[in-house]
Design a protein around this ligand. Sequence first.
Ligand code: HEM
Ligand code: HEM
Length: 193
Amino acid sequence: MKVSALAVPNSLDGSSYDRLTILFHWSTAVLVLFQFSSAHVWEQFQKGTNIRVELISLHVASGIALTIIVISRILWRSVYGRKLPPSTSGAQHVAATLVHHLLYALLAVQIALGILLGWSVGIPMNFFGLFSIPSPIAFSADTRHLLADLHGVTAWSIIALVGVHAAAALLHHYVLRDSILSRMLPFLLNEAD
Ligand code: HEM
Ligand code: HEM
């Protein structure tokens, strides 16, 4: 498929983001929620049980997928991605921009911490059997615990901020009845047609 085909907006009047931006946004959202919930599910099982080991390796593989998606998303946004005019103005615009930049920054920090944590565990990080990333350095147990704590705190920060972000999007759609959510979810736009 040609790049231009991915860059086209979904809606005929061009009032939504392009297909790839939308795909990146929603796959990031699904993966972040999976990362968060998988960790809280495996914590319910004893160390060494099959289900816990399987969930951790799925978390690592999906974490690598998330890393690829976030890097691609930022590259796409800075090169081809469709730039829409700001959806809000004044203080609301400043707040939305701040939340979006903070989300990108927290995702980058969480990915770096996740990779370091994976290395500190000492087992090669496997991507669905396709390739594996070995640990280049050894970490002390104290460093591993610190990385795990930071990764846990960053996870909660992302979830709290995503809560605010999603609530704002829903408020705009259902209360203020503007087109902010449908720019990222074009089937809502088609419903209104
Ligand atoms: C883990 C979940 C999520 C993450 C990490 C995330 C992240 C982001 C980021 C970074 C942007 C800025 C896009 C850019 O300008 O480059 C964005 C935009 C947007 N997000 Fe999310 N998002 C998540 C979940 C959601 C949910 C659940 C909703 C709706 C209920 C939503 C609705 C939107 C909308 C409508 C925009 C576009 C805002 C605009 O055009 O000004 N997001 N999201
Ligand atoms: C937004 C994305 C992510 C979220 C919300 C998340 C969440 C979590 C949480 C809550 C834990 C448990 C921490 C603790 O022990 O207190 C964890 C552990 C872990 N995460 Fe993530 N994570 C994310 C991304 C990643 C990425 C990108 C990687 C690596 C590619 C990764 C690798 C790991 C590893 C190796 C562990 C430790 C597993 C073990 O106990 O052996 N995570 N993650």
